[in-house]
Design a protein around this ligand. Structure first.
Ligand SMILES: Cc1cc2nc3c(=O)[nH]c(=O)nc-3n(C[C@H](O)[C@H](O)[C@H](O)COP(=O)(O)OP(=O)(O)OC[C@H]3O[C@@H](n4cnc5c(N)ncnc54)[C@H](O)[C@@H]3O)c2cc1C
Length: 400
């Protein structure tokens, strides 16, 4: 055996799984196609991750949060949703503890750096960079893993190799894939007026726009449009772009200036038909690749990594094979239950809120009003967003 567990992909999900298995008696080998320097010092990619209170607590227990500089974190006090020019807004707060924020904003680059640092400290974890996993074949006692120049053996292979996972397909696992026909542009914007830690998201006028609060007078600007319009925004000079954003945000933040490069992400949501196969499991976006509008891709990846680590360790404690199919099946059932409702609700929401046809406009106006009036529903969402404990999904770090 080259390792008890091989993880393909050192993105946030693969590293979260490794962190959840750190300090155990299991040897973990991470194979990543990118070079080590890109993992040690990830480039800024425009993604600002809204961590839920539950994820913040989990990252604290994994020793990851402590590695993120104060200056790279910003509290998300509440979230406000507007529908076009309607005066009706929907507001979400931390209902469990009104003094605590709803979550924390941290850049994907800072998160990846902290995860990498945290797993690098542990003797049971090895990372091999510039290594592309090209395929795998499960046998009775092992799984054989092919890379571009070698063949390795392990008890279990976990694929965390993006939502377009080649390993998922190599194991005969299909996926539900939804292309929204839209692209998301993200960048940082300096603005004159304060954001007060409130995330603002609004829909209508053929666009979906969000301003996510970062440091003082700095926000992440997020806009979703058809690709051709995003391409035009990418072409604008910095000054023209700032003017365009000012107009699209109705001057709510006063004078604006661009504070980072602009990045674009074509929107595709993915839900794997199965999350496991013999000696094989999917995690992160490879299992569930969310539309970013509800800001849950990494949050679900982190809870899934915790759930998978807990099952592996439970199988080991019970004296079973760590790839025991019953344990993998329990992971699959739990993760499917935890993610499917949010995945399909997010897709429905994203489609409804980017559809400018009359019936869709009426439906979302009524929907927002109904949600505001339906206090138990809104309360349920707020409770879920504010939850700090979820015994089924917390990453565990128990010495085996
Ligand atoms: C604009 C935007 C905003 C977002 N905002 C939020 C948010 O607010 N909150 C939130 O929770 N989530 C958010 N997300 C989602 C979040 O970024 C993703 O869910 C998360 O990055 C997925 O991590 P991952 O490790 O599964 O995949 P990835 O980040 O795609 O990493 C996969 C890794 O696998 C490696 N790899 C791929 N193939 C191979 C191979 N064959 N061999 C070896 N290595 C391989 C890649 O090099 C990469 O390092 C957002 C996403 C976007 C696009």
């Amino acid at each position: 055996m080259d390792a008890d567990i091989v993880i393909a992909g050192a993105g946030p999900a693969g590293l979260s799984l490794a962190a959840a298995l750190a300090g155990t008696s299991l040897s973990v080998l991470i194979l990543e196609r990118a070079p080590q320097r890109a993992l040690k010092n990830p480039a800024y990619d425009g993604r600002e991750i809204a961590l839920t209170a539950s994820s913040v607590a989990a990252l604290g227990r994994l020793g990851v949060l402590q590695r993120i500089a104060e200056a790279d974190m910003a509290p998300l006090r509440s979230a406000r949703v507007f529908n076009g020019s309607s005066s009706h807004t929907l507001e979400f707060r931390n209902v469990r503890d009104s003094k605590s924020p709803l979550g924390l904003m941290v850049s994907n680059a800072a998160l990846k750096r902290a995860l990498y640092e945290a797993v690098s400290q542990h003797g049971n974890i090895t990372l091999r960079d510039e290594t592309i996993v090209t395929g795998a074949r499960a046998a009775a006692d092992t799984i054989e893993i092919q890379t571009q120049d070698a063949s390795l053996k392990s008890c279990l292979l976990v694929a965390a190799d993006t939502r377009f996972s080649a390993l998922r397909a190599s194991q005969g696992i299909g996926a539900f894939m939804y292309e929204f026909g839209k692209t998301m542009l993200v960048c940082r914007i300096h603005h004159e007026k304060p954001h007060d830690g409130v995330a603002t998201e609004w829909f209508g006028h053929n666009q979906t726009v969000a301003m996510l609060p970062l440091q003082d007078n700095l926000s992440s600007f997020v806009i979703t449009l058809p690709e051709s319009q995003i391409a035009a925004l990418m072409e604008l000079s910095e000054t023209q772009f700032a003017e365009e954003v000012q107009q699209r945000t109705q001057q709510r933040w006063g004078a604006l200036s661009l504070a980072s490069a602009r990045f674009r992400y074509p929107l595709v949501a993915v839900f794997a038909h199965r999350f496991v196969a013999p000696r094989f499991a999917l995690t992160g976006d490879a299992a569930v690749g969310m539309h970013p509008v509800t800001a849950h891709g990494f949050n679900l990846g982190l809870s899934g990594a915790g759930r998978l680590a807990a099952q592996i360790l439970a199988s080991q404690r019970a004296g079973c094979d760590i790839a025991d199919p019953r344990g993998l099946r329990r992971y699959e059932c739990g993760h499917r239950r935890a993610t499917a409702p949010l995945f399909f609700a997010t897709n429905a929401l994203a489609s409804l809120y980017t559809d400018e046809r009359g019936p869709a406009r009426v439906a979302r106006t009524l929907g927002l009003r109904a949600l505001n009036a339906a206090t138990p529903v809104k309360h349920a969402i707020e409770t879920w967003l504010s939850a700090t404990e979820n015994k089924h999904s917390e990453p565990t770090r128990r010495a085996a």
